[in-house]
Ligand binder design. Structure first.
Ligand code: SD4
Length: 337
């Protein structure tokens, strides 16, 4: 390897303030809040809330929440216990972004337990936004992250079982706690943690972390580490994140779309619904058999969510609600096969 250089974060952004419209607009104070995708979002929110409720920043809060999900031993779709690709290799994707447009991401990262923190290090310690594969791992190790084999026995067993058919056919909803829309026997082959927060200073941040689609082609990267697809945050407007089959989010620059729709005055719910309808209009047939879900939080603390198929749940935590889990509305209201 060539001599490692310490990257200095660009000072250009702070050196000269640009007089752009809206730049420097005072943040709106709505009270701290954190929202997350899926039922495991309740635990992630709990970890984030510990930070927010003691005056911590949205950025620290969402990192804490994402780290919680990455270490959750019951989660076959995020972090440590994720299911591997078709070659039996567990590869992790994650991104992080704050409302000032700072962002970092890692994709196809192997054997590092907390990809969200590596993504944060990419954001804070390099002049880049995304590192992938071996380069991402090398960077993580250089930053002091431990390299450790992550694939669990359960995940290896599930992969061996999958090899018997070797059919790549994502289920609409992973079976978990009787989730509607899932059928017995459906296995956890997707679901990502997307987490968005606003802090007491009205600053927003978000993160997205996943093992991606189980049984994906080796080298496949989903939407979660792609800023604008799986995650987008802007203090002037709000934040959005996504879960489901990431190819659809990438095709539609979906999280960016949701934020831009909110910028035009749509509520978070309406923005998520419009983005889902865009997915359907682009690929009406395909959309019948795959899941796509959006979650959004605007700068006023309003929350919205919408999915293609029923079964998407999201968690909210603020001073009023500590562990609320809500059902999102969907385009298709009956379980599809
Ligand atoms: C991906 N969006 O890699 C992720 C997976 C996911 O529900 O969220 N599944 O495409």
């Amino acid at each position: 390897m060539t001599t490692r250089r310490r990257f200095l974060q660009s000072s250009l952004l702070t050196a000269g303030a640009l007089a752009l419209p809206g730049a420097g607009a005072a943040p709106v104070k709505s009270g701290a809040k954190v929202v997350s995708t899926w039922d495991f979002g309740v635990g992630a929110n709990g970890a984030a809330w510990k930070v927010l409720s003691t005056g911590g920043s949205a950025l620290d809060a969402i990192e804490a929440g994402a780290r919680w999900a990455e270490s959750d031993l019951c989660n076959a779709t995020v972090g440590h216990c994720g299911y591997p690709d078709r070659d039996g290799v567990l590869t992790l994707d994650a991104s992080i972004m704050d409302g000032d447009g700072r962002c970092g991401a890692v994709a196809a990262l192997e054997d590092i337990a907390h990809p969200v923190s590596v993504a944060r290090a990419v954001m804070e310690k390099t002049p880049h936004v995304m590192l992938v594969g071996q380069g991402a791992q090398q960077f993580a190790i250089a930053q002091g992250f431990e390299k450790t084999p992550l694939l669990t026995d359960d995940a290896r067993k599930a992969w061996r079982e999958w090899l018997k058919t070797s059919e790549y056919k994502p289920v609409i909803n992973a079976e978990r706690a009787g989730r509607p829309g899932s059928k017995p026997g459906d296995k956890h082959n997707h679901d990502t943690l997307g987490i968005l927060a606003i802090d007491n200073n009205g600053k927003l941040a978000g993160a997205c972390t996943t093992s991606g689609m189980a049984w994906k082609l080796h080298g496949r990267v989903g939407d979660s580490p792609i800023v604008g697809a799986g995650l987008y945050v802007d203090n002037e407007v709000g934040a959005a994140t996504a879960s489901g089959v990431g190819e659809e989010m990438i095709r539609n620059a979906a999280s960016f779309l949701v934020v831009e729709l909110m910028r035009q005055g749509r509520s978070p719910m309406d923005a998520c619904r419009e983005a889902i309808e865009r997915v359907v209009r682009k690929r009406p047939e395909a959309s019948k058999s795959l899941q796509v879900c959006f979650l959004a939080l605007n700068k006023h603390g309003e929350v919205g969510a919408f999915a293609l198929h029923r079964g998407f749940v999201y968690a909210i935590c603020d001073t009023a609600k500590q562990d609320a889990l809500l059902d999102a509305k969907s385009v298709y209201t009956t379980a599809q096969t």
